[in-house]
Design a protein around this ligand. Structure first.
Ligand code: NAP
Length: 336
């Protein structure tokens, strides 16, 4: 069976997902597109094989009989309404992060999904599908390192545009770590603090850079994450888990080592799209298989809410300079 997917939001990641599904993955084709800008849909439709129906609105795409599953890759503030519409139409929906821009919005999605008694939503936290993080999780779950005690993590980008402002270090950047560490540890956060080292001269006026986020989990694991989005040298993701009986590091992407002009060198990736290419493929294939098999898995609406609650606390901590508590609402058994 070839599942027919409709994409709402034909921008950067919508296009990347469409091309990946079409050129690399199996079991699906893009049957429909919608975007506020018809130039975006026209440009993307031209690059896709077969008949692609272009809709004026995301709502019409969701309602269409030519769509078995929906990908929401539009601007964050539009996600909630589209995801709820897809749930109400009984269509599986892959939603790029954030699930909604507020915890209340995530809760409304959860209420809509729980009311149907069935899972419809997969949230685009692709690091859970990255081979390195999966190996790390398998090792931790084996128990051979004992209980995890600390995580030291790094999220560095070469540079960010002018529109990237201080809270985006949490909402756009750290949010991936917020999801990943909950999943890696099988634990929730209880508090967050943000401290600001000396600012790099490469950061523009509206972004504090770098930042260090300190998190604590219910089991007392302490996590420090350095976010440095104007580091200049490359896209660099590091994660080191220190446990009672040993330590494990996230594997670094394979890179050619070369000797030249008196130096021993390896290249460092520059782009998150390259770093997580394999993870995006596995993530989207899981969604396609979920639509075909009638069972959606991967990061859930509950995980979307958990990331939103933790992200809100971190932004509050950026502003207050204090340790802010993180309190999750009671988890419906539906998401156990
Ligand atoms: P983008 O390039 O701006 O694309 C968004 C597209 O949605 C644009 O074509 C935009 O049109 C369109 N759009 C805006 N409002 C809409 C609406 N109401 N209905 C339909 N389409 C609408 O942004 P992007 O970088 O692809 O990001 C899209 C989403 O993916 C964001 O939520 C972002 O956080 C997420 N994302 C996730 C990752 C990841 O690592 N998982 C990476 C990148 C992005 P206009 O251009 O005319 O506004």
């Amino acid at each position: 069976m070839t599942v027919r997917l409709g994409i709402i939001g034909a921008g950067m990641i919508g296009e990347a997902h469409a091309l990946r599904i079409t050129q690399e993955l199996t079991g699906a084709r893009i049957s429909a597109l919608a975007d506020v800008d018809p130039n975006n849909t026209a440009r993307l439709a031209e690059r896709l094989p077969g008949e692609v129906k272009v809709f004026d609105s995301g709502e019409d795409l969701i309602a269409s009989g030519e769509v078995d599953g929906v990908l929401v890759t539009s601007w964050g503030p539009t996600h909630e309404a589209y995801v709820i519409a897809a749930i109400k139409a009984g269509k599986p929906v892959f939603c790029e992060k954030p699930l909604a821009t507020t915890a209340d919005g995530c809760q409304r999605i959860i209420d809509a999904e729980v009311a149907t008694g069935r899972r419809f939503v997969q949230v685009g936290y692709m690091r859970r599908f990255d081979t390195g993080y999966r190996r790390l999780k398998t090792l931790l779950e084996s128990g051979s390192l004992g209980e995890p005690l600390m995580i030291h993590a790094v999220h560095r980008n070469p540079e960010v545009p002018e529109r990237y402002i201080t809270p985006m270090a949490i909402e756009d950047t750290l949010v991936h770590e917020l999801d990943t560490f909950r999943w890696l540890l099988g634990d929730d956060y209880v508090s967050a603090q943000v401290v600001f080292p000396r600012k790099t001269r490469h950061a523009h006026a509206k972004v504090e850079d770098p930042q260090i986020v300190l998190l604590e989990t219910t089991r007392g694991v302490r996590i420090d994450v350095e976010i440095f989005v104007n580091c200049r040298y490359g896209y660099d993701i590091q994660c080191s888990v220190v446990a009672e009986d040993g330590l494990a590091n996230l594997p670094q992407p394979e890179s050619l080592e070369y000797r030249h002009a008196g130096k021993l060198s390896t290249d460092i990736l520059q782009d998150w799209k390259d770093r997580f290419a394999q993870a995006f493929s596995v993530e989207l294939q899981a969604f396609i298989d979920g639509v075909a098999g009638g069972e959606i898995a991967g990061p859930s609406s509950w995980d979307g809410l958990a990331a939103a609650v933790a992200s809100d606390a971190c932004v509050k901590a950026q502003n207050s300079g204090q340790i802010e508590s993180i309190t999750m609402p009671e988890r419906p058994t539906f998401y156990a």
